[in-house]
Design a protein around this ligand. Structure first.
Ligand SMILES: CC(C)(COP(=O)(O)OP(=O)(O)OC[C@H]1O[C@@H](n2cnc3c(N)ncnc32)[C@H](O)[C@@H]1OP(=O)(O)O)[C@@H](O)C(=O)NCCC(=O)NCCS
Length: 185
């Protein structure tokens, strides 16, 4: 087995602190992205109807930190100490030393290079420290900004998975898939 699981540890970049979520993030997560249907349009889950729903989700995520193979970071803007998004490993294929990542950022902070900064740091961590060989990411073709982030992080476009994506309203759509290999880092 090639993986050296170390769980979610702090990562610092120029503008960001990536750290574990806490219950103290509930209000900012709800207000900054989870309650906004436009912000979560291309994710697998629907906007939260109440702050209690966000609290329950965070409780579950915090519980999962007990597992050494749980990788889920809260994205904090260092300048303001604000919780502005999340980036996590959504699937691990242990036998192939491969994982898939997902992410979301508050709409107020789009197009400033923030997710590119976060994803680059997470790729470095997962390949450099955890020893993944391949990291993959998918986005719905209707969401090209996400593909731009992947390309800016050195990932390669592999193709379109026809009608593979499922929107949070249950509609099937085409997905683009990208990857980066350890040897390319
Ligand atoms: C996708 C997302 C993570 C991007 O984060 P971000 O911090 O804004 O990304 P960056 O600023 O690093 O890069 C975005 C790039 O997309 C480009 N872009 C933005 N809207 C675009 C559009 N409609 N079409 C094409 N490119 C677009 C930007 O110009 C930028 O590219 P550039 O640096 O070459 O100018 C963010 O928009 C988000 O959280 N969206 C909602 C959740 C989501 O879609 N998650 C991903 C699911 S796969």
């Amino acid at each position: 087995m090639c993986l050296n699981h170390i769980g979610t540890r702090n990562i610092e970049t120029k503008r960001l602190l990536l750290r574990r979520f806490t219950l103290g993030d509930t209000a900012q997560m709800f207000n900054n992205w989870a309650k906004d249907p436009e912000n979560v349009k291309y994710l697998s889950w629907k906007a939260h109807g109440s702050i209690d729903e966000t609290y329950e989700v965070l409780n579950k995520w915090i519980d999962e930190y007990k597992n050494e193979n749980s990788y889920r970071w809260c994205i904090v803007l260092k300048e303001t100490n604000e919780t502005i998004g999340g980036i996590d490993v959504i699937e691990i294929m242990q036998d192939r030393c491969t994982c898939e990542i997902g992410y979301v950022l508050s709409r107020n902070h789009w197009n400033k290079g923030i997710m590119t900064e976060a994803l680059k740091a997470v790729i470095d961590y997962l390949i450099g420290k955890v020893n993944f060989n391949r990291i993959q990411l998918r986005h719905m073709v209707e969401n090209p900004a996400s593909g731009k982030v992947m390309l800016k992080c050195g990932m390669k476009f592999e193709g379109i998975l026809r009608q593979y994506g499922l929107t949070n309203t249950g509609r099937q759509c085409d997905s683009a898939i990208y990857s980066i290999l350890k040897e390319e880092l």
